[in-house]
Design a protein. Structure first.
Length: 318
């Protein structure tokens, strides 16, 4: 059944009869009421979104005892292999550089093969150190559990790192779009308002693409992060689902705020412009305004003729 329009909601003609400031405020109010009505019509989606925000704000994980915390910190320091891994990475880069210098365009002679085997051995050494460190870290994390404050803090750091990367991507793309929009702009082809509106749409698209991509990257990393704590299946599914819901709600809130602000700005400016055009039209129809304009044009014509009815003499210089 089709939804009946709200009788209390002003239409476009009613907005045009208001003052510009009142019309802008009314347009924003109408948009806010429509948003609230849409949220009420979809209680499951709204409830899931609200639950995700609650998790973002209040979920900090279970606090572990002091003994467990000390044991966890000691185990994390014991399995730290950052220095050997850094040395192995430098060794691998050197081997790969020597292999690159010894290789030809389409061939690899005996000298090149020697350096290639050395690079493969360095890669295997680095992979082994990384696997050893990951296994030790996983054993240390098992002591605190996936529902602990340590797991929640690591998940938050992973999400905000991905989120910052998505915003950086959107900002870079928007900067380049603004640059090329300015290069393509010509006042004879289109108005300034259309250029600004097109760039605003491109800005929203860039942030949507960047933040949705950041959310996808976080969700890809989430299961591996969860399993690094070696939880039981039920705890793993519950933690991953809660983290995914919280991350999705945060991204949706950010994008919704951007879209709502943009739509409110466009609606407010459009309503104010329509009201101002109506005021200008009424003033132009006023006989006193017409008489004032005719008098101004006549005075300007007299000034152009020099005020005496004869064309002014303009000196010529040769």
């Amino acid at each position: 059944m089709a939804q009946q329009p709200n009788a209390n909601m002003p239409n476009q003609q009613q907005l045009a009869t208001m003052e510009p400031g009142e019309a802008a405020a009314t347009a924003v109010g109408v948009l806010a009421k429509a948003t609230l009505a849409t949220a009420k019509n979809h209680p499951k989606i709204t409830g899931s979104w609200a639950l995700g925000l609650v998790l973002v704000i209040f979920a900090t994980g279970f606090k572990v005892s002091a003994d467990v915390a000390r044991s966890y910190e000691a185990d994390m320091q014991a399995v730290d292999l950052s220095e050997p891994i850094a040395k192995a990475a430098n060794k691998l880069r050197g081997a790969q550089q020597r292999q690159y210098e010894a290789s030809g365009f389409f061939s690899c002679d005996a000298r090149c093969q020697h350096y290639k085997q050395a690079a493969a051995a360095a890669q295997a050494e680095l992979d082994g150190l990384q696997r050893t460190e990951a296994a030790g870290l996983s054993d240390a994390k098992r002591g605190v559990g996936v529902l602990s404050e340590y797991a929640v803090a690591e998940t938050r750091d992973t999400f905000w790192t991905s989120f910052a990367g998505g915003k950086s991507f959107a900002k870079r793309q928007s900067m380049w779009d603004l640059l090329f929009t300015g290069l393509r702009y010509s006042s004879r082809d289109e108005s300034t308002a259309s250029v600004v509106l097109r760039w605003l749409v491109q800005l929203l698209f860039n942030f949507t693409l960047g933040l949705c991509g950041a959310l996808a990257v976080f969700l890809y990393k989430l299961w591996g992060l969860t399993m690094s704590y070696q939880p039981d299946p039920l705890s793993a599914v519950a933690f991953a689902a809660a983290a995914a819901l919280a991350a999705t709600s945060m991204v949706a809130t950010y994008l919704f705020a951007m879209y709502f602000c943009a739509a409110s700005g466009v609606a407010a400016v459009g309503a104010a412009a329509a009201a101002q055009a109506r005021i200008e039209g009424q003033r132009r129809q006023d006989p006193r305004y017409r008489m004032q304009q005719d008098a101004a044009r006549a005075a300007y014509a007299d000034q152009r003729r020099g005020g005496g009815g004869q064309p002014r003499y303009r000196a010529h210089y040769y």
